[in-house]
Design a protein around this ligand. Structure first.
Ligand SMILES: [Fe+2]
Length: 452
């Protein structure tokens, strides 16, 4: 077994690691067995040859106790079968139900090509281990599972828009469904998204694309184009993504498309839960705020596809400049000054981190400047116009998210040294981190920097 586990947790995951029973996956199987028939399809044997569970025996209350921490000859997921579990036919049926409930998804999946893509997905076989994992996801990770259904629908619309061939279209929809399957092997506290994560949890979360690829390599005969799509779904064309920070053609085509689909579906489902009425603007903003992050056709597709919808509403907000806008402008200014100082450092790591951060910060600043928020003559107009304030607040939301994302990248570079007592040496980087995401730094236990 060779899942590489460092001081901060899981960083890499190999196929051999799947022979060690994962506690989170095991918990999911145990919970599923309370509602559905889950049983061994072969003897479950440890690496010493001892039989732990007999073929044909139903998973019961003692299953988790018997299997916890065991090294097996064959991965557990490949040794179990679930009766009446998820199939691609049932999953496409759920996609159609979701389209009936969500007008934005209905619109994105409305074209003939998108409907054909969904129809074709129905007939594809689903390997047993994936059927097991998706059945767990459907019953125990409902929000995440619904997000993957949304991703399938968005993927079908995007594939039809760009004229993706039938084979690549099937692969994109499968990658959209499965891109977060690696999250099932990570502590649920790190992936539920309901509260800010402490920085030491980020490397765990960032491992999920690699775990997902390892799962697909082990349990399916999917081609590398598909499994690379899963591995690359958080990589970005401009190199700002994870886990590898690939850029340009280093990000596979399916990975680029899967990144678009995953981003859009997450905003759509988050917007539905929050009842926001300006989804079209939010979706286009997310795809356009950085110049080279996503393939350009994606944003223009969203504009065109959602233009006929009049119920997505316009963004509107009220408030004073001092309350709504000024804090972000101050944050940007502080971050820019710190990044400039770092970029001029004599040692390579701080200079590299500072230079990359500065590039992002300058671009965000430029986008904000284009809204007129630096023009004092416009402040009266801004404060008296909910529509103008709404546009600016929409960008502020996205800028805030980008700064937090930048904080994660800074932490990825030198996170273990921030807050470890080695503060003097890394203080400039920690100060930048504190400005970019003060709540995260306080969760790390360095409040004196967060307060600055
Ligand atoms: Fe993901």
């Amino acid at each position: 077994m060779s899942g590489t586990t460092g001081k901060t947790g899981i960083i890499g995951y190999t196929r051999d690691a799947l022979r060690v029973v994962n506690p989170h996956c095991l918990q999911g199987i145990a919970c599923l067995s309370e509602a559905m028939d889950v049983r061994a399809c072969c003897d479950i044997v440890d690496d010493h040859g001892a039989r732990l569970w007999a073929s044909g025996t139903r998973v019961s209350a003692v299953f988790a106790e018997v299997l916890t921490g065991r090294h097996l000859q064959r991965p557990l997921e490949a040794s179990l079968e679930v009766g009446c579990g998820a199939t691609l036919d049932s999953i496409v049926g759920e996609c159609r139900d979701l389209m009936n409930d969500n007008p934005v998804l209905a619109r994105l999946g409305a074209t003939g090509g998108a409907r054909e893509a969904l129809h074709n997905l129905r007939g594809m076989p689903l390997p047993g281990p994936l059927k097991l994992l998706l059945s767990i996801s459907r019953t125990q990770r409902k929000a995440a599972f619904t997000g993957q259904l949304a991703a399938i629908i968005v993927g079908a619309g995007l594939a039809a828009e760009i004229g993706l061939g039938a084979q690549d279209c099937d692969r994109l929809l499968l990658a959209a469904l499965l891109c977060d399957i690696g999250e099932m092997y990570i502590d649920p506290a790190y992936v539920d998204g309901s509260r800010p994560l402490p920085p030491y949890a980020w490397p765990h979360l960032a491992a999920h694309p690699g775990i997902g690829q390892a799962v697909l390599d082990e349990f399916t005969d999917f081609p590398p184009a598909l499994t690379d799509g899963v591995l690359h779904h958080h990589e970005r064309l401009d190199g700002s993504g994870y886990p590898a920070g690939l850029c340009g053609p280093g990000v596979s085509l399916l990975g680029q498309l899967c990144g678009v689909v995953d981003t859009l579906s997450a905003i759509i489902m988050r917007g539905e839960r929050a009842g926001v009425s300006d989804l079209r603007e939010r979706l286009a903003m997310a795809l356009r705020i950085m110049p080279d992050e996503f393939p350009p056709p994606a944003a223009s597709w969203i504009d065109r596809a959602l233009a006929p919808l009049d119920n997505t509403g316009k963004c509107a907000a009220s408030g004073t400049f001092a309350d709504r806008v000024l804090p972000t402008l101050k944050q940007i200014r502080s971050a820019r000054l710190l990044a400039e100082a770092l970029a001029g450092a004599s040692t390579s790591q701080p200079a590299d981190i500072g230079g990359r951060a500065l590039s992002v910060i300058r671009h965000l600043d430029k986008r904000l400047r284009a809204t007129g928020v630096y023009d004092l003559a416009q402040l009266g107009v801004l404060e008296s116009s909910p529509a103008r304030m709404g546009e600016v607040c929409l960008m502020l939301d996205e800028v805030g998210w980008r700064l937090r994302h930048l904080a994660r990248r800074v932490f990825q570079c030198c996170g273990e040294r921030i807050g470890s007592g080695d503060v003097d040496e890394t203080r400039p980087i920690a100060e930048l981190f504190a400005v970019l995401d003060a709540p995260a730094l306080s969760l790390l236990g360095a409040p004196e920097l967060a307060a600055n």
